[in-house]
Design a protein around this ligand. Structure first.
Ligand code: SF4
Length: 372
């Protein structure tokens, strides 16, 4: 079988098995770039929800670029990997300023955008502009490792480039988008990690690992990442006027720019906070009279970290008057400034609490508290 015949066989198979996900049915480069960003490390069902939500809220590149980072983070809430949302927003602004408000149509220009790596550049290039470049995601990597019978570590630039060159040798230049989708679909439904169904595979007649009967050794198993363990203790403190204290996370750590409750990060699992002083919040009032009560626990596994989260609650009555919270009837923006403390902790009403982007664990906990 020639390369040409192989391409025909794979594309015919794809024509019979293709999915009608909305991002497969559009040729709008903005919608395609958005879908590729949202779908990274995301299940299809979740991706569908967020894709539609984002297109409803930001129907054009210009509307996304004009939004604030907080607006974008608020829409992204629950999807995780929040740095992706920040880079999505930054890339939209770059495209408005440097590409006349359009998603660029070359691989080099795509790769130069914030948050766009080799995979996304190839995917957007192939799906939106018909560029013959293979978008090597996990599924395609597995399929091609077996097909070419090669072990490649995609984390190493040289090896990734070698795989890209090999992959681009067999891509269909007539239908590169469909070719990519076909390989992804083969990887997700036939050439699966543990139970590949080679006898159903349109690549079988030329697949080297199959012909050598050595499929399961390919590709190399992923190296296990050692997770860094962290212990977070959050305080849900509500003052006598029903406002809750929050702070914004800084740069250089997870959840950059998102909001959270006052936090103590402990160095081990043994630590338990007992008073407002532990959160360095004694300026909020006579803390000796109040003991925060443990009211929830959660564990979150991020790509490189495992977070053990404990939530404490404290409702302050009339006796506990935060020093800076005397004037309650001023507007929100004013209140936000006036109620900031040196530590960055601010008092906000429940209405404004709902507007702010929080990591998903905090959002769930806060919503539960607010419902009570
Ligand atoms: S023949 Fe088997 S191992 Fe080769 S690509 Fe198809 S499913 Fe994967």
């Amino acid at each position: 079988m020639t390369d040409r015949q192989l391409r025909q066989r794979v594309l015919s198979w794809y024509d019979e098995h293709k999915d009608d996900w909305p991002w497969n049915l559009t040729d709008d480069p903005y919608a395609i770039w958005l879908s590729e960003t949202i779908l990274q490390q995301t299940r299809i069902a979740t991706g569908l929800l967020y894709y539609q939500k984002f297109l409803d809220r930001f129907p054009t590149l210009a509307s996304l670029a004009a939004a604030t980072v907080d607006d974008v983070l608020a829409e992204w809430q629950g999807l995780g990997y929040y740095s992706r949302a920040r880079r999505l927003h930054a890339a939209a602004q770059v495209m408005m300023e440097q590409h006349a408000g359009k998603v660029p149509d070359t691989l080099d220009a795509l790769r130069a955008l914030p948050g766009v790596g080799p995979y996304t550049a190839s995917a957007v290039g192939a799906f939106a502009y018909g560029i013959a470049s293979t978008a090597i995601d996990g599924n395609i990597h597995r399929v091609l490792s077996r097909y070419f019978y090669v072990q490649v570590d995609l984390a190493k630039a040289k090896e990734r480039k070698a795989m890209q060159d090999l992959a681009d040798e067999i891509i269909s230049s007539d239908r590169p988008g469909d070719w990519n989708r076909a390989l992804m679909k083969i990887g997700s439904t036939i050439c699966t990690p543990k139970t590949p169904r080679c006898h159903h595979c349109p690549l079988a007649s030329r697949c080297q690992a199959y012909l050598q009967q050595d499929v399961m050794k390919y590709p190399l198993p992923k190296k296990k990442v050692k997770l860094r363990e962290r212990w977070f203790h959050y305080l849900y403190a509500m003052d006598h006027q029903g406002r809750v204290y929050i702070q914004q996370r800084g740069a250089g750590d997870i959840w950059e720019g998102m909001y959270e409750l006052p936090l103590i990060e402990a160095t081990d699992s043994e630590y338990t906070p007992t008073s407002l002083e532990d959160w360095e919040l004694s300026h909020l009032g006579r803390s000796e009279a109040y003991r925060p009560r443990l009211s929830g626990r959660d564990t979150r596994v991020l790509s490189h970290q495992r977070l053990y989260i404990s939530y404490y609650e404290l409702t302050c009555d009339e006796d506990l008057r935060p020093a800076m919270a005397a004037d309650v009837d001023i507007d929100y923006e004013q209140a936000f400034k006036l109620h900031s403390t040196e530590s960055g902790v601010r008092a906000v009403s429940s209405t404004h609490l709902a507007d702010k982007p929080f990591p998903v664990s905090l959002r769930r906990y806060i919503d539960l508290q607010q419902e009570q």
